[in-house]
Every structure is written in structure tokens, then in C-alpha cells.
Design a protein around this ligand. Structure first.
Ligand SMILES: [Zn+2]
Length: 255
């Protein structure tokens, strides 16, 4: 049995006080060798096969190993969305609006030959439009598909969801992905914990997140008028493509 299987003892003395430091340092050093990948994976976004790199956001908590495709820079969520597309043909022939477009995914979508493809970023550069998702300056019933990956945890979703519904055509789909805590019945969005960057990292896991969605995410979408379907990351695709177990693509239809 290794030291890692033994519960820390409360014995005093210098050795006892140093023990958590030694354990933490040792476990950190043992994982360094996996920074540039542990297992061979496949990327459904770009076709790369090989090791994925570890990724850590300094403005968030935690590090994901085998996360970043070194060829197209896709993360787990982008690969899950590409897999969902291979089953459901989401993009071909559609009028698409993509919020905060990611480079690898943009290339993937353009290769699927949408009828039109518009990217947008709030106040940012490198996109076609500057759009405030809480008050969208676009006519109603304009798009067949809207891609909204890891956006709704940053904004007022009660304002954003009806706006997304409004600019979709009847029969259109909102593709929504968010960090979701399935173990929580209700979303956590305590405003008194959002005051500082450190508070937001501590409670919401990233410097610019304002909530952690719980299972009621579905209900919030339904309240805005959507019929919600789910595509889930399951084995053996999780291991094969480097996905997050149980992560979901929410396919929200305007009926
Ligand atoms: Zn890739």
C-alpha cells in the first residue's frame, strides 16, 4: 500500500507538520509528466490522433489532463459538439449564429457548408458582430441554429434565453453548453458572492462566472419556450475522444 492510501495522522512534531507539504509536492511532481498527454485520443473536430495536452485557466480552479487538442486547440466540449453533429447533422445548410466562436470549431462548422455563418462577440474583436446577448439587436426569426457554448453562466440567462428564442426560426435549435452540477437541484447564483474576482473563482470557479447551474437549467430553458433534448458524453467515446464524463449538449428547439 502506498502513502496515498493512508489517512493523514494528527501526530505533532516537525515531521507531522511537513507531511501535507511533502504529499502535495510529491503528487504535483508525479503529475507533471502527464502535462503533454497520457493516452492517445482522437479529435473529431480536426481529425488529429495522438496525445492531448493538459489545460489550466489561471483565472479558474483546477487542471484538466488530456484536454487540449494540440492541433486545433479544441477542448472537451468542442469535441462533444462535433460528435453530436456527426449524429445529428447540425450545421449543413443552416443559417447559423455562433457566440464567442472558438477557432477550431469555426473551421469545423465552415467545412460543414452552412447556408450562412455569422459569429459574434460582446464588445470583443475577431467576430462578425458585437452582440449583447441580453438585448440582441437582430430581427426575430432570423437563424436556424444558434451556438452558445459556455456563455450563459456569464450573463443574465433570464434575459438571454427569451432573446435567443426570439431570433430563432420556428423549428430552429439553440445549442447550449454550460458547466452543470447535476447533483444540485437549484442553480447557485448568490449575488453577495460575486463582488470580487477571488469570490467568483471561489464560488463559481472562474473570474467572470456569475452562477453555477443546477438541474433546473432545463426548467429555465423550458420557461423561455424551448423543448429541451440532451446529447450526453458516454463511454467508449469519453475515453476515445477525451471528453468530460456526462457532459451534455442541450439541443433546445423552438417549436
Ligand atoms: Zn483537434
Amino acid at each position: 500500500m502506498s502513502n496515498f492510501d493512508v489517512a493523514p495522522s494528527s501526530t505533532g512534531g516537525i515531521k507531522g507538520r511537513l507531511r501535507p507539504y511533502v504529499w502535495s509536492l510529491r503528487s504535483g511532481l508525479r503529475t507533471i509528466r502527464f502535462l503533454f498527454g497520457r493516452f492517445e485520443r482522437s479529435c473529431p473536430v480536426c481529425g488529429y490522433r495522438g496525445r492531448f495536452f493538459a489545460y489550466a485557466n489561471p483565472l479558474a480552479l483546477g487542471i484538466n489532463f488530456d484536454s487540449l487538442c494540440p492541433n486545433c486547440l479544441s477542448h472537451e466540449r468542442h469535441r462533444l459538439l462535433a460528435l453530436c453533429d456527426t449524429e445529428q447533422n447540425l450545421f449543413t445548410g443552416k443559417d447559423i449564429l455562433h457566440f464567442a466562436p472558438e477557432t477550431g470549431l469555426t473551421r469545423y462548422i465552415e467545412a460543414r457548408k452552412p447556408r450562412s455563418y455569422v459569429t459574434c462577440e460582446f464588445g470583443g474583436k475577431g467576430a462578425d458582430l458585437d452582440i449583447n446577448i441580453e438585448k440582441i439587436d437582430i430581427e426575430s426569426n432570423r437563424f436556424d441554429l444558434i451556438i452558445c457554448c459556455h456563455i450563459l453562466e456569464h450573463v443574465n440567462d433570464r434575459l438571454a434565453m427569451p432573446e435567443l428564442y426570439r431570433i430563432l426560426r420556428e423549428g430552429g435549435t439553440l445549442v447550449a453548453m454550460i458547466p452543470l452540477i447535476e447533483g444540485w437541484q437549484e442553480t447557485f447564483e448568490d449575488r453577495s458572492r460575486q463582488g470580487t474576482v477571488e469570490d467568483r473563482i471561489l464560488y463559481f470557479n472562474q473570474h467572470d462566472h456569475v452562477r453555477f447551474f443546477g438541474r433546473d437549467f432545463r426548467r429555465r430553458l423550458e420557461r423561455a419556450g424551448f423543448a429541451v433534448d440532451e446529447y450526453t458524453a458516454v463511454e467508449p467515446q469519453v475515453a476515445q475522444y477525451g471528453l468530460i464524463r456526462g457532459e451534455k449538449v442541450f439541443l433546445c428547439r423552438k417549436t
